[in-house]
Design a protein around this ligand. Structure first.
Ligand SMILES: [Zn+2]
Length: 157
């Protein structure tokens, strides 16, 4: 594999280990160009057939793990949540979607699942995501959502 920094043709694998959920292999690679010598990470996973996301307007686009991850990251910005935790939440969501929907998944189902996960993970991240996703038009709707969230947190204690 090419080095992403200096474009050298050869890199060597320094370490290989299974990813958290066992469905990926994570490899640390090192550039063999001595002037560079930088390290980077690659992931190897089984090629899956595409899962199509059906949007509100019935347009379809291929499910993108990166897009899901970016959405989660945006919601969790400046929250005390590690990258590893976010990655595993992202993988959980994808796995659940692929199990439940074989070829096509409505975008609403993705949104709902993300909200379920965020609700458990972090209240602030949840409200952030929900306010964009559900397009809270006014402060009242938002406040209602926050109050119901606080109510649940109270019960959990
Ligand atoms: Zn290099």
């Amino acid at each position: 594999m090419k080095c992403p920094y200096c474009d050298a043709e050869n890199t060597r694998v320094v370490e290989s280990r299974p990813g958290e959920d066992g469905s990926t292999i994570r490899r640390r690679r090192e550039c063999v160009n001595e002037a560079c010598g930088r390290r980077f990470t690659t992931y190897e996973r089984v090629e899956q057939r595409p899962l199509m996301v059906v949007k509100k307007d019935q347009e379809r686009e291929e499910f993108s793990r990166e897009k899901l991850y970016r959405g989660l990251m945006r919601a969790c910005e400046k929250r005390p949540i590690s990258v590893e935790r976010l990655e595993s939440v992202c993988a959980d969501i994808e796995r659940a979607l692929r199990m439940e929907y074989e070829r096509e998944v409505p975008s609403s189902a993705i949104g709902e699942r993300v909200m379920d996960e965020l609700r458990e993970l972090d209240g602030v991240a949840y409200v952030r995501f929900a306010s964009v996703y559900r397009e809270f038009r006014d402060v009242e709707t938002l406040a209602k959502e926050v109050l119901s969230l606080l109510g649940e947190a109270g019960k959990a204690r």
